[in-house]
Ligand binder design. Sequence first.
Ligand code: PLP
Length: 493
Amino acid sequence: MAKKSSTLPLNLKGPKARMPLYRWLYEELRSAILAGRLHPGARLPATRDLASQYGISRPTIVTAFEQLRSEGYVEGKVGSGTYVSKTLPDELLQAPRTKSVAGARRRGIPLSAYARRLQPLLRREPGLARAFRASQPALDAFPMSLWAQVATRRLRRVSSRLLAGGEALGYRPLREAVAEYLNTSRGVKCAADQVLIISGVQQALDRAAHLLLDPGDPVWMEEPGYPGAAVVFRAVGAKICAVPVDAEGLNLEVGRRRWQQRPQLVYVTPAHQFPLGVTMSLRRRLSLLEWARRSRTIIFEDDYDSEYRYSGRPIPALQGLDRAAVVIFAGSFTDVLFPALRLAYLVVPSDMVDIFAAAESVSTHHPPLIDQAILCDFIREGHFARHVRRMRELYAERLSVLVESARERLGGLLEIPPVEAGLRTVAWLQGGRSAERAAQAAAKHDVEVVPLSRYSWGRVRRDGLVLGFAAVDGREIRRGVEQLARALEECRG
Ligand SMILES: Cc1ncc(COP(=O)(O)O)c(C=O)c1O
């Protein structure tokens, strides 16, 4: 007897000319999921029903389903039913899609394909920091009066030349100071000519995506990984290819086996993997570089929050080991100084400087020049290096409060692995507890934790929480640990 379909037929807009069929189906199904027409837990139409309804082959449909599965939109197996995931990546990571495009849609404004794909990125929780806000520096320990002195001095002697604006690549003395800092402290090998000053690593990602990717281009992303990179790559229509992370970082071999097609770009966080905190081994770095050289793939190295290393040997940046000019390196001042500064740097191979400068020249032209000059003075006068040293000590202290109090109070509930670097750590849930439920319970106890699943494109292999330890003092960390313990005791596995 022929099997009966268990789902209502979906009304999808017909295939688009010049768009591969699998891509059309993927986009239509993803929009139906995001718009709530296919709600979490709903069964997707059977491949044979879609095949006969739209006159497309079943392998094409399976490819679209596989793509949705690799990005976490659907779960289950082809053949035994494919279901919309209970927790959707976009729903978790960004504000609802309706907020970004529904207004314009309602009025029938003909948005570009880019605008239709664009999702806002919610960066930080509003309000005062509490335990365990992630990726935020200790703003209470920022030397504001020193910054004010440096700023006042600069403003008093500001020249007309500076007021008139500068080159798209950024304030030249700051580019020189950054090049010196990166060569000395981060194992980067670059000349000031290769350094661009930019408004955050987020903007660096956006620039790189626009300059290097076309719709449909595959991009390898660490799994789990930084969602801010994924939204940027998706917005330009790139295809996210999840590659798992092991104890040595991005697992190149699995990536090569899983994804046959050469990626256009690989996004990695080798110094301090986001969010697991793994440091990519030297062996893995060398293999990744060799493979990128042979396959002519560009690597985007995100060095965000890597200034703070508490243990383990620092390994030179991929960029510093690169002999084939395949690495784009980005780092930020927002995590070291304060987020509102919105200044960061990008180091690109010499032959790519012009194209990045051209992109900057047609958009912001350059980040605010006076802020760049103040930051430059702050670095040149030695305050930056002193601040990094002081913060490293402070964060190491806060980390040890977290580790100590967790040992006393969170045994059997949550396990914190050794933390080598950064402003946050992953913590593994014990006793089969679900991270989503744990985060909800923690919020009721006035504690902020992020479930690891929010950083995953596929199924989470081990449930964990991400805890920041830099933003608040020891007392607040101890309060957070106590409250988190109560929350976890309430939600048994
Ligand atoms: C891994 C990673 N990359 C980039 C960024 C964004 O950096 P920026 O503030 O410089 O835009 C963040 C912010 O949290 C991050 O965690």
